[in-house]
Every structure is written in C-alpha cells, then in structure tokens.
Design a protein. Structure first.
Length: 284
C-alpha cells in the first residue's frame, strides 16, 4: 500500500501512512502563472494499493483531486481508494430552491469515475454517499478520536448545538463516559443563527460543544453563550472539520475557552487525528 497526500491535509496523510505502515509518495504540486494547477506523482504505483487523501474544499482542491486521480490512472495499480477527509459541498445535499443544483451530487459525479472506493469522514449529509453509483463509498466517523482528545482534556459534559448532531454528542459523550444533551438551533441565514434557551445541568462543568463543521462560528458562538448563561465553567468547541471562514477564530475566542478540530483540514486548532478511523476502514 502507498499513500498519496493532496496539499489540503498533509498532516493527516502523514499520520495515515504511519498508521498503515505504508510509504508516503513523493509528489509535486504547483500552480502555473495563469493560475492553473499542476500535480505530479514522483514514485511508481504499479502493482500497489493506492490511497489518495484529498479534499473537495476549497474549490481549487477539487481540481487538484481530479488531477491526482487522473495521474493515478496512468499507473497499473492494484486498487485505488480515494479518501476525501472533508467532503466539501455536502451541505447542499438537496435543492432548497428551484433552479439550484444538488452540489453534493455534482461532486460525486465528477469524482466517482476514478477510484474503486471512496472513504469520507464525518460527512455532513449521509445521503451524499447514496449518490455514488460507479464505485464503493463509505463514510467513517471520527467520534472515537474526538472523544479521546476530549477525555484527555477532562470534559465532563458533551452538548450538540442543534438536533442534527444529537447522535454525535451521544456517541462522543458515551465514549468519554459523561452525560450528553443538545440545544435547539434556528438558522436565520448563512451567517446568523439563534439558539433557543433550554435548561441543561452544566453549571460548574467543563462542557464540550461538538459539531461536524465550524464555518463562520455563528453556531458555536451562540451555543457557547447559552451554556455560559447556564453556568458552564469552561466551554470547549470541538469539530471534525475546521473551515473557520473569515474571522471565525477571533469570534470564537471571545466565548470559547478552547477550540479543537481534527486534521481533515490542517489549521491552527488541529489537535487530533482521524487517521486511525480511516486506517480501520482500510484494514477491513
Ligand atoms: C450545520 O448543520 C452544521 O452541522 C454546522 O453546525 C454548521 O455548518 C456550522 O456553521 P457555522 O459555523 O457557520 O455556524
């Protein structure tokens, strides 16, 4: 087996290679003066099981993923697994208004032609996986890895900021061995959310708010304020995919004691790796 790392999550590719006891292929990624991308795989892949780790976020990484896939096709590989740690565009998994695309389906159609299998991590909408027709596809959960980090941090309550992530809070809380609950969120628009007041027994506790994605930070900022109002001693925001759009990190710093994310997208809050979750799936 050999791992190829796209430029969006180099730490994860390196950890995955280590976890698998496989080499990390040498690659070249650059941009032409006009902005077009270029990739090159510098190690031979013939006869090998190839694992490419590459995101569909931000947009330029979609092209990079496609170029790597095409380069891999030029080799006589044994099996090709495309790991998409952060599957960008999964939030548009249906048409909300007439005339819109199903963006998640568009991503699937662009990429499914290349690999034998696709592995995603904590994909926003599980339904995205069902769009894959020409290759196998599976989503793995990084809950155990997030829970491991939160346990180490001494968290004693786990809360999801909305009903959509109840199962995440339950799963993480169970692994950490602490209670879990959820808040009720109303999304007003892309940047504004409202959290309904709700009583949760978090007074004096170190609470983790867990989510799949932090983008603008609006969800976490509001959830955190609610938990602080309820008397939480400390609030830790934990997500798998730290997108941190515009000034999200400075907004979060005003109300969260700590922000942690996984290595699906390399950033300054990356504190745990989902490599073991991917390796477990590859070992099946
Ligand atoms: C929404 O359903 C997701 O699980 C996240 O809660 C959302 O994407 C976070 O976005 P933001 O950080 O912009 O509030």
């Amino acid at each position: 087996m050999i791992v190829i790392g796209g430029s969006s999550s180099p730490r994860l590719s390196a950890s995955l290679a280590k976890e698998l006891g496989a080499p990390l292929a040498k690659t070249e990624v650059k941009r032409f003066p006009d902005g077009e991308g270029y990739v090159r795989i510098l190690d031979p892949l013939d006869g090998q099981e190839v694992v490419l780790v590459s995101n569909t976020f931000p947009d330029e990484k979609i092209v990079e993923t496609m170029l790597f896939c095409d380069a891999i096709e030029e080799f006589e590989y044994k099996r090709f697994t495309l790991v998409i740690p952060y599957f960008g565009y999964s939030r548009q998994d249906k048409k909300f208004n007439p005339g819109e695309p199903i963006s998640a389906r568009a991503m699937v159609r662009a990429l499914e032609v290349y690999p034998d299998e696709v592995i995603t991590v904590d994909i926003h909408a599980d339904s995205t996986i069902e769009w894959f027709e020409t290759c196998e596809a599976v989503n793995v959960s990084g809950h155990a890895e997030m829970a491991g980090k939160l346990r180490e941090m001494g968290v004693d309550y786990v809360v999801s900021p909305d009903e959509g992530r109840i199962r995440t809070a339950e799963a993480v809380g169970k692994i950490v061995g602490v209670p879990s609950d959820y808040l009720v969120k109303e999304r007003i628009d892309g940047t504004t959310v409202k959290i309904e007041p709700k009583h949760i027994a978090v007074a004096g506790k170190r609470v983790a708010i867990v989510d799949d994605i932090i983008s603008t930070g609006g969800t976490i900022v509001n959830a955190s304020s609610e938990l602080k109002k309820l008397g939480a001693r400390e609030v830790i925001a934990a997500c798998t995919h730290g997108l941190f759009a515009s000034n999200a990190l400075s907004r979060l710093a005003t109300c969260c004691d700590k922000v942690i994310s996984s290595d699906t997208i390399d950033n300054q809050t990356t504190s745990f790796s989902v490599a073991p979750a991917i390796a477990r799936e590859l070992a099946k």
